[in-house]
Design a protein around this ligand. Structure first.
Ligand code: PLP
Length: 267
């Protein structure tokens, strides 16, 4: 072997049968960005561009078994966490990531997935506080969209100051970086704020791409950040490149389906 091996990226997330979001979006993203993709599946969804028709979770034990199989043998350079479905799965994932020697010092990019843009519930309501308590403190970066940040903050977020304040409170409570994503607005620009417990750090600002085909955008962004961090990029640079990758994927969306269609992941 004379080539540098690719960064090993583990995604812990749900399956999207239509291939637009979840594990499928993550694996496409990781491969396109030159990573080696592994997966621990938390739940299987039946869904398409119109919505989520069904969800079947795996047991917390079996999610843990998948993670342990990957980390104890191949190891990981970064971990992305997406849909977790319920408190039992969160408890097992948190316990393992806190105790497995192979997980020590591995950057964790946590997308606190709660509800699909189409309206389907992807995290049970009573699991939000357990995620905050057990998983947030293990994360390097948490990437809530505005509806998720509003749930975590317990209030509406009507302007940039309120968004930054809520993101800083989340960073203080977890000691993680927080990327508050501004995609879920009607604004002409998509602005994401990166903050830490020390306060506002920087913002990323691009014009909105006018399209309904944005299914799996959050999954793609967090998987791209994880892969780029796995390549050794500093966090803010990884976020900038991951946003570029995600924007290109939105621009290249094939237009499939009646609803919010999948992205076109390209290298
Ligand atoms: N399905 C799964 C398995 C997901 O993990 C996610 C998002 O995180 C979604 C669906 C929702 O994707 P979107 O809100 O981009 O349509």
């Amino acid at each position: 072997m004379n080539q540098k091996p690719p960064p090993r990226i583990l995604t812990i997330a749900g399956s999207d049968s239509s291939g637009g979001a979840g594990i499928q979006a993550d694996i496409k993203t990781i491969i396109m960005l030159g990573g080696y993709a592994m997966s621990a599946i938390t739940a299987i969804t039946a869904q398409n561009t119109r919505g989520v028709q069904g969800v079947t979770p795996l047991t917390g034990d079996f999610v843990a078994e998948q993670i342990e199989s990957c980390l104890s043998d191949i190891g990981a350079d970064a971990i992305k966490i997406g849909m977790l479905h319920d408190a039992g799965i969160i408890g097992e994932v948190a316990h393992l990531l806190a105790t497995l020697p192979e997980a020590k010092d591995v950057p964790i990019i946590l997308d606190p997935v709660m509800v699909a843009t189409s309206g389907g519930r992807l995290l049970q309501e009573d699991a939000v506080e357990i995620m905050r308590e057990k998983l947030f403190p293990l994360a390097t970066l948490i990437t809530p969209n505005l509806p998720e940040l509003a749930i975590l903050a317990g209030r509406d977020l009507n302007d940039s100051d309120a968004i930054i304040q809520a993101a800083v409170a989340l960073a203080e409570g977890s000691n993680a970086w927080v990327l508050a994503k501004g995609g879920h607005t009607e604004d002409a620009r998509v602005i994401d704020f990166l903050v830490s417990a020390d306060g506002f750090h920087m913002q990323f600002d691009d014009p909105r791409i006018p399209t309904r085909h944005t299914h799996g955008t959050g999954c793609t962004l967090s998987a791209a950040i994880a892969t780029l961090v796995g390549h050794g990029q500093p966090l803010h640079h990884a976020i900038r490149l991951a946003r570029q990758f995600t924007r290109a994927a939105i621009e290249n969306a094939p237009g499939f389906g009646d609803g919010s269609g999948p992205l076109g992941h390209q290298a």
